[in-house]
Design a protein around this ligand. Structure first.
Ligand code: SAH
Length: 462
């Protein structure tokens, strides 16, 4: 091993960066997270570095480099845009016994900078001894998705618990066995996501002091419109660590695939006879699973807080004294707007956008139709397919023009996505002719950026 990874204490240290453009900026992006004093030596600096200088994060010396800049530096980064100059500066620094890095010039470096996964105080550095930075970045990207953003807080919390553990286990080997038992249990993935109270509980219980049973938890998670790439980072992490995943009809397989194979998957969409699982049954299922001490993910299409009956599930959990965290998702209206390349709000056209449903508990949903029939009104209508004749009738009755545009977006973001540009006058017929069975959003008052009509859609398909 030619390169030894070490974690250098930067507190009270001075790091010197020579250069003010792209190479220097790239190094500084990591260095600004340290506690070091950062001196940037360059006649001119780029906008990002200038912003850091304005905020006092770096100190800029607007001049050429001179040898005495190196004196007393903890680390030197020669990061001008000139490789030869970088090599010269790094050689000079090394001759003085200082640690130096020359950007893109490995042979002149006494140290090279790793790819970093930063969950301070937990930091993971990935090095390939300069052989393959692309591979290091790929490993970093993989670790980034797997390690929760809360890992740093967990480490800080462990640090606090260590005092107590040490008082009970003064012997180092015994202490190491203790922590191995805490983190070596069944699933590291889940362990790394322990909340601070859950970790305290686990430690207390292992120390023999805790009576409380392990508390389960519930996360209400937005699965987005279907394309797994549109899932949030947080949602992926929740899925990774869930013991139980309770999901709806609109959740795609690609999203479910982020769950562990060992997890329990419970479908609560329409049952075989076409009847939905009663909401009360879902509420009690979520609560029961959490009370068994399990980590429950309640996965809902789109955003869980939009037409998702989230209140009922939240209330059931709260009444049972179980805390719920909520992880938002991309709602279908946002995906549908992206699909047609149009802004949901446009200056000069609409100052508001309504997300409305075609159905409510009583049947077809009444709205303030006069408002939506007015010229320029815009709305994203969810669950509007079955209600399309009703919606059309109400809009026309309140004076909407027959030719008011409506765009139908079925299966937004999914491979089978269909876009049909129609009008209020033709809406129900075009839905039928297009064979639209949903899920679809009706964008009232919108025309796709590139016109797609039913006829040219059929031409494209044939
Ligand atoms: N919470 C969801 C909405 C649930 S209601 C969200 O935020 O998107 C169910 C309705 O969502 C469907 O009737 C349909 O109108 C819409 N929907 C869900 N997924 C969709 C998709 N991929 N494309 C278009 N509409 C979708």
């Amino acid at each position: 091993m030619r390169y030894l990874p070490v974690h250098v204490d930067t507190q009270g240290g001075r790091i010197v960066i020579i250069g003010g453009e792209g190479a220097a900026e790239a190094k500084l992006r990591t260095l600004i997270k340290t506690d070091a004093q950062l001196d940037v030596i360059a006649p001119a600096i780029g906008d990002e570095i200038a912003r850091w200088a304005e905020r006092g994060i770096v100190t800029h010396y607007a001049r050429d480099f001179i040898e005495t800049d190196l004196d007393g530096a903890l680390l030197i980064y020669a990061a001008t845009e000139d490789d030869v100059e970088n090599g010269r500066i790094a050689d000079m620094a090394r001759a003085k016994g200082l640690l130096a890095n020359a950007a893109d010039y490995k042979d002149a470096c006494s140290f090279i900078t790793p790819a970093l996964v930063d969950r301070s105080p937990v930091t993971i550095s990935i090095g390939t001894s300069g052989t393959s930075p692309g591979l290091a970045r790929a490993i970093k990207a993989d670790l980034e998705t797997r390690l929760p953003s809360t890992l740093g807080n967990l480490a800080l919390h462990i640090n606090q618990l260590r005092v107590k553990v040490k008082s009970i286990y003064p012997d180092l080997a015994a202490r190491q066995r203790f922590w191995a038992a805490i983190f070596g249990a069944k699933d590291l993935n889940a362990q790394l996501r322990l909340s601070e109270p859950a970790l305290t509980e686990a430690v207390e219980a292992a120390l023999g002091g805790g009576q409380a049973a392990k508390g389960g938890q519930i996360s209400l998670v937005g699965a987005g419109p279907g394309n797994p790439d549109l899932l949030t980072h947080q949602a992926r992490q929740k899925l990774h660590s869930a013991d139980v995943i309770i999901y709806d009809r609109l959740v795609s397989q690609g999203v479910l695939d982020f769950g562990r194979r060992e997890a329990e998957y419970i479908y609560v969409g329409k049952e075989a006879g076409g009847v939905s699982t009663p909401q009360e049954k879902i509420n009690s299922l979520i609560v029961e699973k959490a009370q068994e001490g399990l980590s429950v993910v309640r996965l809902k299409g789109g955003d869980p807080l939009i037409f998702g009956r989230a209140d009922e599930e939240l209330n059931a959990a709260r009444e049972a004294g179980i805390t719920v965290d909520i992880c938002p998702g991309i709602t279908s209206a946002a995906a549908a707007a992206a699909a047609i390349g149009q802004s949901l709000t446009s200056r000069g056209i609409n100052k508001s956008i309504t997300y409305m449903t075609g159905h409510d508990a009583k049947g077809f949903a009444e709205q303030d139709w006069a408002r939506f029939a007015a010229p320029g009104a815009r709305a994203a209508i969810y669950m509007g397919i079955g209600a399309s004749r009703f919606i059309q009738g109400r809009l026309l009755m309140h004076g909407a023009a027959e030719n008011t545009p409506v765009t139908i977006v079925e299966n937004a973001s999914r491979p089978e996505q269909i876009i049909i540009a129609t009008t209020v006058g033709d809406l129900p017929d075009d839905l039928q002719r297009g064979g639209i069975t949903g899920p679809a959003v009706l964008l009232l008052g919108f025309t796709p950026a590139e016109a797609v009509t039913l006829s040219n859609l059929h031409e494209a398909a044939s």
